[in-house]
Design a binder for this molecule. Structure first.
Ligand code: GAL
Length: 644
């Protein structure tokens, strides 16, 4: 169940067989290679050098390792950029972003699509039937380094084509965008400019279409690679390695062409870049926040249609966050088991050996820089391998009783029109997830509009556009449902719904939002009633025909209930959120196990896991007989027991 990311092109060939033998000996079964190796595979146009890769694949396969081959399209080589500079992405001021690192292409370049198809075809033909090859990774981390959006001539051309297909006539485009506002109407699709570099605010409907267009471009680009691989490499699966706290394209759309999802887990780095408070960052600096990795395991299990791996697991300090601490001893082991508890099929470490050269020389590997000697994280990985062996086969992950509805377009919509600087869709979703897990609950993610059958509790932190599919899934479900602020607040074309928000959800909730107010840090609105706490950041002014469970100080409704459906009209502080979730879970008949801030629980089949992210031991629930760890869960440790 363990893997390693390996770069044979970084090491002298004489070291490969020993590397492979050491991987196999420590319990690594999978090895991912090739995703940045274009300049070695094709040093000049059509001058292919397959010799080294043939030998590397044979050596790895010879040691019994299962190979995942990455297509090398994240790194177009210099000769190609010189030949076809139009493939480069452009920044918001329309300047090309330069060669010299990676991901220097725009998804919308026609030439780039041809070049990608060419290299993927060549590789799939050469290695598609290699006996050591089990699957493919397309590209590497689509969108990393802010590369989904691009504002160059190729992007403009492709955007106009997309608008033509989407809106058909220019009158319909003007209508959809309400372009009469500020005299933005155009007479031709070729008169549409990219939404950037303007004097004042850009029309939000135009921005939303640009985000949809780019999201579809990423999915189409991935589909192009997948179609080639499927045809030429039968019997091998295809995946992609997604990122953490990243929503610039709709991952559900893209994964239609994949067999399952993988993602890259860098918990301490994400702690530094996500909007955690400074006290939280201090507290969790060396462990990361206990929900950072699990949030993504659960999200990507849904994106992967029930199946996921961690393709890159942090094995020590990373190099790319503002601060890069050494993880607390035990955390590499804990993160690995946490992934397994959430259903990961394989956890693969980035990278086998720390590179003492180039851009990532301070990024840990399983081995010390340049050496054949396990790093502290490598020793923990070896321990996990022994523990997996001792524990025996793991049961599959069963569906949870709780679903969190996740919606990528809502992230774009809120970013386009925040209204309050600290309203982040991703953060809201994360906080709702955190509150559920503080109750000891397992959580499944569902895409907005997916069936919600089988769930006892459904939470919807925010879905800006409430589509007919979402409405139907809610009307059909018999779960207790909790809907959050800004839901149903915009139409497809980014206007307020005629009946006011929550638009199509008005009938289900009994509510109408007549005003919204954003609250600067330091301001809050008290909420009291059956539950209490404070509204921060955002509050709505409701008119309601529903039962009111809690009110703001001015007497207007803060939490309402109509039949099974609750609506929360604010961004709740921690106390309010905890109370709202506990009330909803109780109404749904769920048995909860409230846990302290540093403890998390998770079930995989009949196995129960407890993880301790803190520095105090924690005693397992009565009667638990651990098969791994003790009845006292050690700091930065875990225990596993079987449900009786
Ligand atoms: C990932 C990337 C890897 C490596 C790693 C460092 O985003 O896929 O190639 O750069 O980060 O943490």
């Amino acid at each position: 169940m363990l893997g390693a990311c390996y770069y044979p092109e970084h090491w002298d060939e004489s070291r490969w067989s020993q590397d492979a033998a050491r991987m196999a000996a420590m319990g690594i079964s999978h090895v991912r290679i090739g995703e940045f190796a274009w300049s070695r595979i094709e040093p000049r146009r059509d001058a292919f050098d397959f010799g080294w890769l043939d030998r590397a694949m044979d050596v790895l396969a010879g040691a019994g390792l299962k190979i995942v081959l990455g297509t090398p399209t994240a790194t177009p080589p210099k000769w190609l950029v010189d030949e076809a500079p139009e493939i480069l992405p452009h920044d918001r001021d329309g300047r090309p972003r330069a060669f010299g690192s990676r991901r220097h292409y725009t998804f919308s370049s026609a030439r780039w699509r041809d070049e990608s198809a060419r290299i993927v075809t060549v590789l799939a033909d050469r290695y598609g039937a290699h006996p050591g090859l089990v699957g493919w990774q397309t590209d590497n981390e689509y969108g990393c380094h802010d590369t989904v959006l691009s504002w160059g001539p190729e992007d403009r051309r492709a955007f106009r084509d997309w608008l033509r297909r989407r809106h058909q006539t220019v009158d319909q485009l003007n209508e959809a965008w309400s372009a009469v506002f500020w005299s933005q109407e155009v007479g031709d699709f070729d008169a549409v400019e990219l939404p950037c570099a303007t004097v004042a605010d850009i029309n939000p409907a135009a921005l939303m279409d640009f985000r949809r267009f780019k999201s579809e471009e990423v999915a189409a680009y991935n589909a192009l690679q997948c179609a080639i691989i499927r045809e030429r490499s039968p019997g091998r699966w295809i995946t992609h390695n997604f990122m953490g706290f990243f929503a610039d394209f709709d991952h559900f759309d893209l994964s239609r062409d994949l067999d399952f999802a993988t993602w890259d887990s860098y918990p301490t780095g994400f702690l530094e870049v996500f909007p955690f408070s400074e006290p939280e960052r201090d507290r969790w600096a060396r462990t990361s926040h206990p929900d950072v990795a699990p949030f993504h395991h659960d999200l990507y299990r849904a994106v992967g249609k029930g199946r996921f791996w961690v393709m890159e697991q942090q094995p020590g300090p990373v190099n790319w966050a503002p601060w890069n601490p050494v993880p607390a001893p035990g955390m590499v082991r804990l993160w690995t088991w946490e992934a397994i508890a959430h259903g990961a099929e394989v956890v693969s470490y980035f990278r086998w050996r720390q590179a003492p050269f180039a851009q990532e020389q301070l990024h840990a590997g399983l081995n010390l820089p340049g050496l054949d000697e396990l790093s502290p994280g490598g020793l923990e990985a070896a321990q996990v391998a022994r523990e997996i062996e001792a524990l025996g086969p793991l049961p599959p992950s069963a569906p949870a009783r709780v679903a969190l509805v996740f919606d990528y377009p809502s992230q774009w919509a809120v970013a386009i029109q925040p209204q309050g600087r600290d309203f982040s869709y991703l953060e809201l979703a994360f906080r709702w997830y955190e509150a559920l897990r503080r109750l000891g609950l397992d959580v499944d993610f569902r895409r907005a509009g997916d069936s919600l059958a089988g769930y006892a509790l459904v939470v919807i932190p925010c879905v800006v556009e409430a589509t007919p599919a979402l409405h139907a899934s809610l009307a059909d479900s018999d779960a207790v449902v909790l809907i959050g602020p800004r839901s149903g607040s915009r139409t497809r074309h980014f206007a307020l719904p005629a009946a006011l928000p929550p638009g199509p959800l008005g009938d289900l909730t009994g509510n109408r939002v007549i005003q919204v107010s954003t609250l600067r840090p330091g301001l809050s609105d008290p909420v009291t009633g059956q539950i209490s706490g404070k509204a921060i950041r955002w509050r709505e002014y409701l008119e309601t025909t529903a039962e009111v469970l809690a009110r703001f100080a001015d007497g207007t409704a803060a939490l309402t209930r109509k039949n099974r459906i609750r609506y929360l009209a604010c961004w709740p502080d921690e106390a309010l959120l905890a109370a709202v979730m506990a009330e909803a879970a109780d109404a749904a008949g769920l048995r909860t196990t409230p846990v302290p801030a540093h403890i998390r629980l998770r079930h995989r089949g009949d196995l129960c896991f407890a993880f301790n992210y803190g520095d105090q031991p924690w005693t397992l629930p009565k009667g638990a007989m651990p098969c791994l760890g003790g009845t006292e869960v050690a700091p930065r440790g875990l225990s596993v027991w079987r449900a009786v």
